[in-house]
Design a protein around this ligand. Structure first.
Ligand code: BGC
Length: 751
């Protein structure tokens, strides 16, 4: 391809406009006489959905056979950056083999409610974890010479009315939670493209949102790629372009192009803005041309093995009373539930992969069982209807087994793009089956297959619960390894499992009304809410068990005092104190109890996964910079640290912090207070210039204690302008404060 500036100079207005609008369903416009090839973009995020035949954005028509890796919900439970990179790289290789230049993923939207139908495609309720994992996925994919598309930017946290819902959100929450999840990924990994979301934020469609697409994404975060619309997200193409939306997808049959051309001709849109968009698109096309690997092929068997490795780390052992797991490789095992034979391993919608092969849990269990005898019962009907005969048969088989493993989960339609769930419950026939089997057998373990948190009313009645998520095409083998203890589970929850839907932070404001959804829970998403309110979740964020045990000790900070411009190094020792090799996810949270603004009790700012042989110990290290201590200050439109003592907490989960240490951080941002006549006594009390006045006036307020009044509190909240009248009244005019004196004082305090 020719140099971008040269190409741009040769292009007509129409050609430039046409490059900014899709050429087809999955490709950009090709301009052969200029030597500009088309880019092919396909879904994402956990595999490549290349449709060689009929195209659609809802996962309806068949796509080429590619590897289906675990969905993001499971991948996130691995907390394993390196694994995310490897899977991203494998997806990148498959893109090369399929002649795809941009893969549409990963998704970094925050799990605001467990009801969101697309939660299986997203990583976490926590922005730090989500951003870290998204960055690795992007780096992996892009290491193969193809681009990723980080989506859906931003605040696309529900499927209900996803095309036009207006997300009403305050700036701090937007910055600290919803944007932070994208910010880290953009800054660390520079995705070639970012996909804007369908919804509006505070009244403006994301596709036409200049603040989002230009001021924040490019000017603040330094994003250098192009912004692509979500499929059919564009309303007014010219306004979108002016806001920073470079590419409209898919084709809009000439409408978008016309809108751009006539806006430029009428002066409504500057040609310079169009040129910038074209340059950004051309520079990605040029990277794709350079990155193209001729006759690339990929090793599908190796990718299946990688999908299995990923699935192993994506499963979370939620409960294991009396060591019901791992299963012994002897005796009788009742395997109950149709998901053992027709597993759920991915969700529905645009992310749907036509897998190269799908392993079956029951078959894999049989292969791994050695001396154990498996017995199967269906137990419940997949259509959700109660079926007494199936239940009876399962009870009979359970009675003759040493241990029962029940496969349960959500139906396909509940992990689906385009639709949110209305309840967190499993189908009632599954709940009934589990409760009934638990009544007749003391050793019951439940394997869950779902893309987002579910209620488990029977959690107290069963001994074991293994969350297998939607673990991709090779999930079954990994599951058998974990159930039989050939592999030690090492996943931890990247989302809270609540006791009930009513306990969730946005219960009252999800999914909003016919026009808008208000994020009234603010910063208190996920564990930030449970921490603050003391509401006990079923399983907390960060929770996950192992077949071995770990001990944490020797927490050290490399300094006890620092400026917010410095870095803090934190280290500790983790030891495997059990008899099996295992991996532990160490979590670092920062807490600042003395904040002058409302802040979460603690926030995740670091994590590491360590692999330990029995008896082995390793040092784990973290480095914390300014952002680990800061909040987004809307008064200065920036991140600010308040000076004070911060606690560094090391946790096995968000609910179990085991070590802590203090560091004093000194802020380098001075925020000048501005006083007015409407400031209160409390506001000015600590100002030296006001000391005399405050002392005289508070001294003159003598009586009242006997009435049970807290005079100090009453006095402190008075606006200083009232002092003029009040002092007249008190002193009968003698020595009263004048408005001139107060204005003088304010001027002195404001410097
Ligand atoms: C989805 C995107 C997807 C696109 C193309 C849209 O409906 O929201 O995530 O990448 O379709 O299939």
């Amino acid at each position: 391809m020719e140099d971008i500036k040269t190409l741009l100079a040769k292009m007509t207005l129409e050609e430039k406009a046409s490059l900014c609008c899709g050429g087809g369903f999955w490709n950009t416009r090709e301009l052969p006489h200029l030597g500009i090839p088309a880019l092919t973009l396909t879904d994402g995020p956990h595999g490549v959905r290349k449709q060689s035949g009929a195209a659609d954005h809802l996962g309806l028509n068949e796509s080429d056979k590619t590897t289906c890796f675990p969905t993001a919900a499971g991948m996130a439970a691995s907390w394993n950056r390196e694994l995310l990179y490897k899977v991203g790289a494998a997806i990148g290789e498959e893109c090369q083999a399929e002649d795809v230049q941009i893969v549409l993923g990963p998704g970094a939207n925050i799990k605001r409610s467990p009801l969101c139908g697309r939660n299986f495609e997203y990583f976490s309720e926590d922005p730090y974890l989500s951003a870290q994992l998204a960055a690795k996925h992007i780096q992996g994919a892009q290491s193969q010479g193809v681009g990723a598309s980080l989506k859906h930017f931003a605040a696309n946290n529900q499927e209900t009315r996803r095309f036009n819902i207006d997300v009403v959100i305050d700036e701090r929450t937007l910055r600290e939670i919803y944007l932070a999840s994208f910010e880290g990924a953009v800054v660390d990994a520079q995705p070639w493209t970012v996909m804007c979301a369908y919804n509006k934020i505070n009244g403006e469609f994301c596709s036409q949102n200049r603040k989002l697409l230009t001021e924040i994404l490019r000017e603040e975060w330094g994003f250098a790629g192009f912004v692509v619309s979500d499929w059919f997200a564009v309303s007014e193409r010219d306004k979108g372009l002016a806001a920073g939306l470079d590419l409209e997808m898919p084709t809009s049959a000439g409408i978008g192009k016309e809108a751009i051309v006539s806006a430029v001709k009428s002066g409504g849109l500057s040609e310079a803005a169009l040129d910038k968009a074209v340059e950004r698109i051309l520079s990605v096309i040029s990277k794709a041309v350079d990155g193209k690997k001729a006759s690339a092929a990929c090793d599908k068997a190796a990718h299946h093995a990688l999908a299995r490795e990923a699935a192993r780390e994506s499963m979370v052992l939620l409960k294991n009373e009396g060591g019901v797991l791992p299963l012994a490789k002897k005796g009788g095992i009742a395997v109950i539930g149709p998901f053992a034979k027709t597993p759920r391993f991915q969700g529905a919608g645009s992310s749907h992969i036509n897998a190269t092969r799908v392993d079956i849990p029951y078959d894999e269990l049989e292969k791994a069982a050695e001396g154990a005898a498996l017995m199967y019962a269906e137990g419940y009907a997949l259509n959700g209807e109660a079926d007494a005969a199936l239940l009876e048969e399962a009870k009979k088989i359970a009675a003759s087994a040493d241990v029962c493993v029940i496969f349960a989960g959500l139906p396909d339609k509940d992990d689906s793009e385009g639709k949110d769930r209305v309840s967190l419950r499993l189908p009632e026939n599954q709940n009934a089956l589990i409760a009934e089997i638990a009544k007749v057998h003391k050793s019951v373990a439940v394997v869950l297959m779902n893309g987002s948190a579910v209620e488990t009313p029977w959690a107290g009645d069963v001994k074991g619960i293994l969350e297998a998520y939607l673990g991709g095409q090779a999930m079954a083998g990994a599951l058998a390894e974990i159930l039989f203890g050939d592999c030690n589970p090492s996943g931890k929850l990247a989302e809270t499992f609540p006791q009930t839907l009513h306990d969730t932070p946005c219960f009252i404001n999800f999914p909003g009304d016919s026009k808008r959804v208000e994020y009234r829970e603010g910063l208190f998403v996920g564990y930030r809410y449970y921490d603050k309110t003391g509401v006990k979740p079923l399983f907390p964020f960060g929770h996950g068990l192992s077949y071995t045990t770990f001990e944490y000790s020797d927490l050290r900070l490399d300094k006890s005092e620092m400026m917010d411009t410095e870095e803090l190094r934190v280290s500790l020792t983790v030891k495997n104190t059990g008899k099996r090799a295992g991996k532990e996810i160490v979590q670092l949270y920062v807490r600042y109890p003395a904040a002058s603004v409302i802040r979460p009790v603690k926030e995740l700012k670091g994590f590491e996964k360590v692999d330990l042989a029995p008896g082995e110990e390793k040092q784990v290290e973290f480095t914390l910079g300014k952002r680990a201590f800061a909040f987004y200050d809307t008064d200065i439109n920036g991140w600010r640290v308040e000076s004070g003592d911060f606690e560094i907490l090391i946790g096995k989960s968000s609910a179990e912090t085991v070590l802590s240490a203090l560091v004093h951080v000194t802020s380098t941002t001075t925020v000048k207070k501005r006083y007015t006549l409407d400031s209160t006594i409390a506001d000015i009390r600590d100002e030296p210039a006001a000391a005399q006045l405050v002392q005289t006036l508070s001294g003159s307020l003598g009586a009242g204690q006997e009435l049970g009044l807290d005079l100090d509190a009453l006095f402190s909240s008075i606006k200083i302008r009232s002092l003029v009248a009040m002092s007249q009244f008190k002193s009968g005019g003698k020595g009263a404060v004048t408005i001139e004196q107060l204005n003088g004082l304010i001027a002195a305090m404001n410097g």
